[in-house]
Design a protein around this ligand. Structure first.
Ligand code: 5GP
Length: 201
């Protein structure tokens, strides 16, 4: 992949508020961020739009892109629901002269950090509790109970990966979480990049 800007990863169990944090950061012009639109094989939810929230692909198209190695990382986050970051997406953003911000699952987030250790800031957003997570997912009410339970079961596994991230933000007070996220990202962006040792040329 061609050289470019910084990579900022926000990972967390779904319902922990990471999307709210990412949206807030995207509004801050000085951070020069652009959202990495992931590809997924899941169906659109609510008002989600193709090319804005996700690139919605059929399972067949997704698997074809896996085979032709078009993904920087991909994950079967839930059974038959694949999610992944296309190299072309990161290159599109770097060509705009911007830094990339990702809202992805913990495994994918850590994979990007491992691939580009120096240019990546990996932040884990910790929800106050599993109970609170349940409440937030129910309030969102775009999904069936079965799907919500599936997300909650996954949350405790995801929580265990938190220590592998560069920073953990506890999202019990949204205002604090937003300030902390802004500070971390702005410090990371100000740092020079030397060489990412595992980076491909
Ligand atoms: P949702 O279905 O709620 O939009 O996303 C489910 C999970 O998939 C979330 O944890 C989300 O962060 C994650 N996800 C979204 N895009 C990607 C991606 O490109 N790669 C990986 N590994 N996970 C992703």
């Amino acid at each position: 992949m061609k050289k470019g800007g910084k990579l900022i990863v926000f990972s967390a169990p779904s319902g922990s508020g990471k999307t709210t944090i990412v949206r807030h950061l995207l509004k801050i012009e000085a951070l020069n961020l652009e959202f990495s639109v992931s590809a997924t094989s899941r169906a659109p939810r609510g008002e989600e739009a193709h090319g804005k929230d996700y690139y919605f692909l059929t399972l067949k198209d997704f698997k074809q892109k896996m085979k032709s190695e078009e993904f920087l990382e991909w994950e079967e986050v839930y059974r038959d629901n694949f999610y992944g970051t296309l190299y072309s997406e990161v290159e599109r953003i770097w060509e705009m002269g911007k830094n990339v911000i990702f809202d992805i699952d913990v495994v994918g987030g850590l994979r990007i950090k491992k691939k580009y250790p120096e240019r990546t800031l990996a932040v884990f957003i910790k929800p106050p509790s599993v109970e609170e997570l349940k409440k937030r997912l129910k309030k969102r009410s775009t999904e069936s109970d079965e799907k919500i339970n599936m997300r909650i079961a996954k949350a405790s596994v995801e929580m265990a990966t938190a220590p592998q991230f560069d920073f953990i933000i506890e999202n019990d007070h949204l205002e604090h979480a937003l300030d902390e996220a802004e500070k971390l990202v702005s410090e990371h962006i100000a740092k020079p990049i030397f060489k990412d040792v595992t980076e491909e040329e």
